[in-house]
Design a binder for this molecule. Sequence first.
Ligand SMILES: Cc1ncc(COP(=O)(O)O)c(C=O)c1O
Length: 399
Amino acid sequence: MRIPEDVRKDIPLTSEVIYFDNTATSLTPKPVVEAMNEYYLKYRANVHRGVHRLSQMATHKYEESRKVVADFINAKFEEIVFTKNTSESLNLVALGLEHLFKKGDKIVTTPYEHHSDLLPWQRLAKKKGLRLEFIEGDNKGNLDLDNAEKKIKGAKLVAVQHVSNALGVIHEVEELGRMAKEEGAVFVVDAAQSAGHMEVDVRKLHADFLGFSGHKGPMGPTGIGVLYVNEEVFDMFEPPLIGGGTIEDVWLENYRLAEPPERFEAGTPNIGGAIGLATGIRYIKRIGIEKIERQEHKLVKRITEGLDELEVPWYGPRDMEKHAGVVSFNVPPLHPHDVAAVLDEHGIMVRSGHHCALPVMKKLGINGTVRASFHVYNSSEEVETFLGVMEELVKNLGG
Ligand SMILES: Cc1ncc(COP(=O)(O)O)c(C=O)c1O
């Protein structure tokens, strides 16, 4: 596949706008929409429930999708639980492990987490009287790994993001996972911004739990997410939701749970969503994850150089090896929303605000940023157009 030309042909919106809001959600290639249409129009039925042919077909496609997801992150079939998004995946972990914690136990995370990988731990800590501690790091998002080693000592759970949606920094998840495992702590990874943009291998990362959303990097639909549960923690993870589909047998006063993954998926799942997600993953595999990473890397390098030339301050690590395809910046004294509105007038879609990472904004002493974020279908020409608009904006401010 030619990058980005061939991918752009599959995504009609790329010819209408410059879409630089991929951190929030990505655009959808036609094959993903077609696969979901096929489910709704040709074999629309529930899964795991019927012997009729439509139900058999839907079940087959749904479970086949689970296999595609498992292979994508080097997990086993039964370790994949479909959820609705990363936020739900991480909440489920906090709820399902609640029974393990006793007063004074320690949870460790970072100051850079998205609210979805912070609030569930805050709530758990408040409820059970736990200590919630944060690995130290600088204003660019770089973690102090010596401090991490100290903080992780004696921790019962460590939760970290792979990539920051606010600063674009790629964290040393593999190393943090190794530290967590040495301490016997449960290791949870928020892969919302890495899955589909770079390699995510649950074994290499030492993950016990890992969550991601279908609608971001994997180019799937909204409303479908993944929770990876390492088979070694099946027994300690209490299904937070139970009912239809989660059982092997039921009596009036008792029940016996089904084996994973069924025991973790209560009720009718998002069947069309799972099929769409698997199609998105197959699409990404066809492009090649290295090519995606290379394209985003090229764009982020150019955009940050361009912003430097314009003396527009941007956040996150200067070391481009540690910087994913996400750039946060500001054009003082303009409010981030005003900058985003100007860019929108030129057909450029960026995000502005606190990016669901208010503690990061507070650490930096700002109320928000403008954020441009890429996927493989973004082009060098788009980045040049963006920089041209920014040049005008900065010039006008000076005048
Ligand atoms: C790092 C990170 N974690 C979690 C989430 C939550 O993802 P979702 O809204 O799909 O649940 C996001 C969304 O932007 C994110 O960037």
